[in-house]
Design a protein around this ligand. Structure first.
Ligand SMILES: C[S@@+](CC[C@H](N)C(=O)[O-])C[C@H]1O[C@@H](n2cnc3c(N)ncnc32)[C@H](O)[C@@H]1O
Length: 316
């Protein structure tokens, strides 16, 4: 495990310039950081099954959690479970305590997506999970028949996602422009929680958008200027980055502010990254339009207290 956190960091827009809400006028103004390191300890601790880094909506890849992800995307519950148990599914669910575990599986929140994808939507489609992390969305789309490719810069993320299929590569989204095999190659690209953690979300979006074929769709999740611009989050992030000198100290800090230890990864996701931009809806909508997408929808417009934007567009 790395211990000392590098002291020589580039200018931080949030702490040095009081900029938390992204504007495209900032494009090109900030420097990349070691993206391959930022999440790597999280995914390593996930693989080690450390409390707070697994059994959580935001990361877990076991079938019970993937059934939750499938239900969020499609509205259809217990797909994998019913595939496994067939007509015995409801009896086994009752006897095994699956139903009772439902509440614990809610740690980290639920999605409010509308419209839902049909159960058949991903079948046979060439799909890219850009910034796949430990692979929860890769496994979800694959379970629904998607022909997956997954990329990430974290070695442990790659190791985790390789448990589900072979077409997994270590690749930064900023390197997509030089990877011609990724251009216009996908019917569906999902980029969840990645572009806002970079020095240039606009450039990151453009790279990810270039992977979508004509007629294909792009699903983007970024933070909205709500919870993540709150004084509480900004104070936590400042303490995490300025006062905690080692990864161990940072981990302790995350546990200390978590409502329960099982929720540590939720906090680390927002504390850990050097960049934690929030993106206004109109800026995001304009990104889609400028990259040739139409029918752009905010899928979680009905979500109360939404801290993220879930956007879908189709490339024309
Ligand atoms: C918040 S996690 C989300 C993981 C996954 N999309 C999910 O929803 O479970 C962000 C992921 O993006 C990856 N990432 C960050 N910067 C990246 C970059 N420049 N290129 C590719 N992946 C990147 C991180 O390694 C991490 O796995």
């Amino acid at each position: 495990m790395r211990s000392a956190i590098s002291a020589t960091l580039p200018r931080n827009p949030h702490f040095d310039d009081s900029r938390v809400v992204w504007s495209d006028a900032f494009s090109g103004m900030y420097e990349p950081v070691a993206y391959d390191e930022q999440f790597d300890d999280q995914w390593r601790l996930f693989l080690e099954r450390k409390t707070g880094f697994c059994d959580h909506t935001g990361v877990e890849t076991s079938d019970e959690y993937i059934d939750d992800r499938i239900a969020e995307l499609t509205g259809v519950k217990d797909v994998l479970y019913r595939r496994k148990w067939g007509p015995l599914a409801s009896t086994v669910a009752r006897l095994s305590g699956r139903t009772a575990r439902q509440e614990r599986r809610g740690v980290g929140g639920r999605l409010w997506l509308e419209p839902k994808f049909s159960l058949q939507f991903f079948e046979g489609k060439r799909c890219l999970d850009a910034g796949c992390g430990a692979g929860r969305w890769t496994k979800t789309l694959k379970s629904l028949g998607g022909n997956m490719k997954s990329i990430d810069v974290s070695s442990h993320g790659i190791e985790s996602t390789r448990r589900f299929h072979d077409d997994v590569s270590k690749c930064s989204i900023f390197d997509i422009p030089s990877r011609s095999e990724l251009h216009r190659a996908f019917d569906f690209t999902l980029c969840w929680g990645v572009v806002m953690c970079t020095h240039d979300p606009r450039a990151a979006f453009s790279a990810v958008a270039s992977t979508v074929k004509e007629g294909g769709a792009l699903y983007l999740m970024v933070y909205a200027p709500t919870y993540h611009t709150s004084p509480q989050v900004l104070e936590w992030r400042a303490r995490y980055h300025r006062e905690c000198r080692t990864f161990e100290e940072r981990l302790q800090f995350a546990y200390s502010i978590a409502d329960r230890p099982e929720n540590a990864i939720n906090l680390l996701d927002m504390l850990n990254t050097f960049y934690n931009w929030t993106i206004p809806l109109d800026v995001c909508t304009e990104w889609f339009r400028a990259e040739g997408f139409k029918d752009v929808v905010l899928l979680n417009r009905n979500e109360p207290h939404a801290c993220g934007l879930h956007m879908l567009g189709t490339k024309s």
